[in-house]
Design a protein around this ligand. Sequence first.
Ligand code: HEC
Length: 280
Amino acid sequence: MNRPGSTARGWRVALVAAWMAVVGQAHAAIIELNGRQGQIRLDSAELERHSEARDIEVSDDISYRRDMRYRAVPLAVLLQRMGLTPEDTLEVVALDGFVAQLPGALVLRREGQPWLAIEPAGNPWPILTGKAAGTGPFYIVWPDAAGVKNEQWPYAVAKLNLRDAPALRWPQLTPAANVPEGSAIRRGKEQFMVHCLACHRLNGGGEAQLGPDLNWPMSPVEYFQPQALRQLIRSPSSVRHWPSQGMPAFGQDQISDVQLDDLLAYLGHMARERKIQPQP
Ligand code: HEC
C-alpha cells in the first residue's frame, strides 16, 4: 500500500508522464526526404502548419475502407523540395519494410494529385483491422484515386527517396532480351512492379522486406499448383490462414484475369531464366 506510485499524486505524475510520452512521441514524428540537394528532415507539427496544409476528405480510403478526413499537404510540396521530375521514381519507405516505387509522372500529376496526410500529435488515427497500428505517422492518400492501385497508397511512411526507375536499378527484374516487346511476359513485369515489388524482391532485386523473394531460391510457380497460386494471389486466406498473415488479396478491381495471366507468365519466365545467385 505504501508504494510511491500508489498515492493520488503519484498516479497524476504517472498520468502526466504517460501523456507527455504520448504527445512527445507524436511530436517527434519526422519524415526524411532524400532528394537532389541531399537530406531534409521535416516534423509533423511543422507540416500541419504549412501554408498549403488543408483538411481534406478521402472517400472510401483504401486502408480504412471508409470515408476519412485528414490534415494534409499536397505531396508536390515535398517533391518540389526533393527536385523530383516525372522521369524519376519516388521510393516511399514505410516503417514495416514496405517500400513502394512510385513513378514520378504519377506522383506529380496535377489532376487527382496525391496528398501527404499527417497524423495529428496526441490524436492517433484508428488501428487498422487485423494490424497492430494505424496508418500514421504519414500516409500518402489519393482523394481522386482514378488509375491508382492499392499498393500506391503507402502508409506508416518514414522516408521519401528520389531514385532511378526500378528497371534501371535492378536489371535482374527484366525478362530475357529475346522476349518481344508487348508480350504477356513484359506486360506481366509491369504488373509485378506496381503490385508486388513493394513487399517482395525478385532475384534479390528490390528494397522490400515484408514477403519472400519470388524467384530465389525457388519461384512459387515451381512449388505451388497453378490453380492454388492463382487463388493465393486472389485471396491468400482462402489457401492458408493465420493471424499475422501479411499478403493482401488482389481482386478483379486491382488485377484483371488477363493481367493475372500476364503476371504468372512473367513469374514462369523468370523461373526458367534463373541464372544468378543473389545474396540472401
Ligand atoms: C503488402 C505486402 C504484399 C504485397 C503487396 C504482396 N505480397 Fe505476397 N506476400 C506478402 C507476405 C508478408 C507474404 C508471406 C505470407 C504472409 O504473411 O501472408 C507473402 C506471400 C506471398 C506468396 C507465398 C510465398 C510462399 O512461399 O509462401 C506468394 C506466391 C506471393 N506472396 C505473391 C505475391 C504477388 C504475385 C504479389 C503481387 C501481385 C504479392 N505477393 C504482393 C506480402 C505482400
